[in-house]
Design a protein around this ligand. Structure first.
Ligand code: LAN
Length: 703
């Protein structure tokens, strides 16, 4: 019997890791997620440890294993960690507000930070596979110290040595300056202003916050509040020590205003434009002369928006950054009010325990997204009818996660329609996303072919289609959460230094192709629907857009997965779903591109450096997830070189563990080109999906 102190609790997608003093019997889900057994050796009921020899055996094993690690409420849970700049925000917020994390949680966080320390230089980077930098190293170092690790601990000494050898914490990027300033370990004069009065600009102006990408908007909203209030934690002895530990000069002697644009070379990814520097210069002058009346008005206005976001998302908030900054705002305004405790309770939704310790995830999970892909992979296997309970439960998760209504006062708070949309994680979170809605629709429609399913009604699916129609941009493509609302030149104001394309919501190949696929599937299921003409027109415009952004070499640049393999998978699937002839130059060129990247072992493997540099970079080794995407694309386009496909399939079978699971390889997701993020369920979804398609296409054999 395998036992554990930690167990995953789920409730309508909400995931919380709970600790008990005494060890209890571990569930299959716990064993799988915490790697309580050597990878590949755990054998849930119905599984066996005989390695698959044929594609059919591999499909059956993969399905059987993965169906056993479905959670009680019907979703698939996974590790959505990766970024390293999130957890420190939580630790610092708890420290400033005096909110104690439970002992076992603190212990697991410390274990995580040590586990993820770069063994070579003692630093940390932007994400778990990144090179060490000042942002990562300073913030993890500070977190460890706040959690009670002494300054003379060997790991702390090593980290500090790296930090001081590379110029110390003065050169930390702006979001790091922000966190240190709230902690009272960086002077507010060392930051460029985050002007709160921006929030009072009328929407008609192209630079109004309502037009920014929602993540940018929702992060700078509370940051501007904190900057205006200069909310700062107490100057404790520990903070005084930190002031001595992380800088190369004496704290009191640092010329803070010179640090505003001091960003370490290790960290710099997207430099400030000269336009932004000029604006920052003027804002510094404005800070000295601003009207108190206007500022107070702006503070009240932003707090109202912060409260709205908290309430709409049940205090989860759109993402891990505004989650903790909003919590700090609530504390600043109300102290330890009931709203503060609602916030604190939802910290758990972001804290994820894994084999390497406890981390803060990039979202409150990827529940809906992973479940929608799993459903589609399972449906293509042809054996979903052998797993009725699993499929019913997955359908249940889709059903309860569709967003029932639009947000209240949506225009005033800059929200898009959400009635009928699907979110990325849970219905409580509720922010609608174009491609999550699309994958929700695709999986809901796919499930209709199972006789034992009580499917989501077509009227409800049509509500989702309505959201997609409203989300199409004037360029014919789809962005992530909202339409593109602002001009491209807004990117010149991007102050983040470490992220690109954060200012507005751009049209993406992934989102566009997913929406096209969803609408193409809908018109097959509801050919006489009153909006069919509109849907056809929308698909055609979408296809034009997709073709317009295909690269010369036939590929598409992916923005949310690594990288060209991911983008090209969407590009091809979108074109094929719309009915584009398989001989179309776009499709032929795209297949040629993918085939040219196949490696000697039959697999595909792309490095995250592709996203960073926007040029294809081979990984050191082939990756099962990249291989799954490449094979799905080639088979969807009926690529004529069957041998190429067979070599890929053999690679997947050979990489499968005897229990049906697949190895966790390199990080596979990304955002804003520079920060990587884990999708631990992808290894189980995409190889199985590719094997299934292979069986349907060539073997057509019963499993
Ligand atoms: C996500 C997660 C899901 C992802 C997909 C649905 C996969 C994508 O196709 C569209 C974009 C979206 C919704 C997305 C956008 C950016 C997010 C929210 C994230 C990668 C998860 C974390 C990230 C967020 C911005 C992290 C916080 C960092 C900031 C720069 C604010």
């Amino acid at each position: 019997m395998t036992t554990t102190n930690w167990s995953l609790k789920v409730d309508r997608g909400r995931q919380t890791w709970e600790h008990s003093q005494e060890k209890k019997e571990a569930t299959d889900v716990d064993i799988h997620l915490l790697r309580l057994k050597e990878p590949g050796t755990h054998c849930p009921e119905g599984c066996d440890l005989n390695k698959a020899k044929t594609p059919q055996q591999a499909i059956k094993k993969a399905f059987q294993y993965f169906s056993k690690v479905q959670t009680e409420d019907g979703h698939w849970a996974g590790d959505y960690g990766g970024p390293m700049f999130l957890l420190p925000g939580l630790v610092i917020t708890c420290y400033i507000t005096g909110y104690q994390l439970p002992e076992p949680t603190q212990r697991e966080i410390i274990r995580y930070l040590f586990n993820r320390q770069n063994p070579v230089d003692g630093g940390w980077g932007l994400h778990i596979e990144a090179h060490s930098d000042i942002f990562g190293t300073t913030l993890q170092y500070v977190s460890l110290r706040l959690l009670g690790v002494p300054a003379d601990h060997p790991s702390a000494v090593k980290a500090r040595t790296f930090l001081l050898q590379n110029g110390g914490a003065t050169g930390i990027p702006s979001w790091g300056k922000f966190w240190l300033a709230t902690l009272n370990a960086y002077d507010w004069n060392g930051l460029n202003p985050i002007p709160i009065e921006f929030w009072l600009l009328p929407y008609n102006l192209p630079i109004a916050p309502g037009r920014w990408w929602c993540h940018c908007r929702m992060v700078y909203l509370p940051m501007s509040y904190i900057f205006a209030k200069k909310t700062t934690g107490p100057l404790t002895d520990l903070v005084k020590d930190l002031r001595r530990e992380i800088y190369c000069q004496e704290y009191e002697k640092i010329n803070w205003s010179e640090q505003r644009n001091n960003i370490s070379k290790l960290d710099m990814y997207y430099e400030h434009t000269s336009l932004l520097n000029v604006i920052n210069g003027s804002l510094n002058v404005y800070e000295k002369v601003h009207s108190k009346w206007l500022r107070d008005k702006a503070i009240d206005y932003t707090f109202d928006h912060i409260r709205y976001e908290d309430e709409q998302t049940k205090y989860i908030d759109i993402g891990p950054v505004n989650k903790t900054v909003n919590m700090l705002c609530v504390w600043d305004r109300e102290g330890k009010s009931p709203a503060f405790y609602k916030h604190a309770d939802r910290l758990k939704d972001y804290l994820w325990l894994s084999f390497d310790g406890m981390k803060m995830q990039g979202y409150n999970g990827s529940q809906l997204w992973d479940t929608a892909f799993t459903i589609q992979a399972f449906m293509e296997s042809g054996i979903a009818n052998q797993f009725p309970d699993c499929m019913k439960l997955a359908n249940h998760y889709l059903d309860i996660t569709q967003v029932p209504d639009d947000a209240r006062d949506m225009n005033h708070y800059h929200r898009h329609y959400s009635k009928g949309a699907w979110p990325f994680s849970t219905v409580d979170h509720g922010w609608p996303i174009s491609d999550c809605t699309a994958e929700g629709i695709k999986s809901a429609l796919a499930l209709r072919s199972l006789s034992f399913i009580d499917p989501i009604g077509l009227e409800r699916v049509a509500d989702g289609i309505n959201v997609l129609l409203t989300l199409q941009n004037s360029d014919g493509g789809w962005a992530s959460y909202e339409n593109t609302r602002g001009p491209r030149w807004l990117e010149k104001f991007n102050p983040s230094e470490v992220f690109q394309n954060i200012m507005i919501d751009y049209s993406y190949v992934e989102c566009s192709a997913a929406c096209i696929q969803a609408m193409s599937s809908f018109r097959k299921h509801a050919p006489t629907h009153p909006r069919i003409k509109e849907i056809n027109r929308s698909i055609n415009r979408g296809i034009k857009f997709i073709k317009s952004i295909q690269r010369e070499d036939g590929s598409w640049l992916g923005s949310w997965g690594i990288c060209f393999t991911y983008g090209t998978w969407f590009g091809i699937e979108g074109l094929v779903a719309s009915g584009e002839p398989l001989t179309s130059p776009s499709i032929v060129k795209a297949c040629k591109f993918l085939a040219s990247k196949q490696r000697a072992d039959g697999g595909w493997g792309e490095s995250f450096k592709s996203n960073v540099t926007k040029e294809y970079v081979q990984h050191e080794t082939s990756q099962v997830v990249n291989t799954g995407w490449a094979l799905l694309s080639l088979m969807s386009a009926k690529y004529p070189d069957r041998e190429c496909i067979e070599r890929g399939i053999k690679f997947l079978i050979q990489r499968q563990y005897p229990n049906g699971d697949f190895p966790q390889e390199s990080i596979i997701g990304v955002f804003n080109f520079n920060c990587m993020i884990s999708y631990s369920n992808y290894k189980n979804i995409f190889p199985l999906w590719a094997l299934s398609r292979y069986n349907q296409l060539y073997l057509k054999s019963k499993i």
